[in-house]
Design a binder for this molecule. Sequence first.
Ligand code: DC
Length: 226
Amino acid sequence: MSRENEQIVTIDGPSGVGKSTVSRAVAARLGYTYLDTGAMYRAVAWKCLQDGVPPDDEDAVARLLEDINIRLLPPEKDGDDVRVLVNGRDVSREIRSPEMAMAASRVSALGTVREKLTRMQQEMGAAGRIVAEGRDTGTVVFPRAAWKFFLDAAPGERARRRAEQLRLRGQEVDEKKILAQIIQRDRDDRERTIAPLRAAPDAIHIDTTNLDLDQVVDRILSHIRT
Ligand code: DC
């Protein structure tokens, strides 16, 4: 299949850059399905914490993966994150805490976890018409995607956006702590050996520091339409 035939859009970038909001909006405008790959890593992290398994114990995490069932469902209302079920239990809210993000980053460095989730993501995208968001969707999961984007923004701006998002969800936030976590998580995500966070060579870079949501979405759509 030629690259152009794959109706797949990938949107990668560091944490807090606005990937989820942008990706959801792009998917809605194109009538494509939105695939939040980070939610799947968070789901595995949630199961580790639930079962008392250290997120970097590869053997124990591999055993845990044998009986984990992760389902992603459309959000209940517009603007919400996808709903996530782990073995039938709705963990949508619990997986969105900064602590769960850190644990997700740790499990995401394990080869067994990446292999399993990458395979699941490729199956979910097999029919095309998908907007996939994450760290490696343009490099590893869908290397033949027709349109690839890499979003970035200054760390301070990303911390501000993430804090705002958590506040809107009614969570208490310490913006300095969020900034420190963002810097640490970026470093870990970029420096891991397997499928590190990086732009695909053929990705279009967009610095969103001074752009609002609509401007980012419009830029992406104008690239896709031309
Ligand atoms: O996008 P997010 O904040 O929900 O992702 C949580 C963590 O999961 C992130 O720090 C790294 C990992 N992740 C990954 O390694 N690969 C992806 N495609 C998506 C997320």
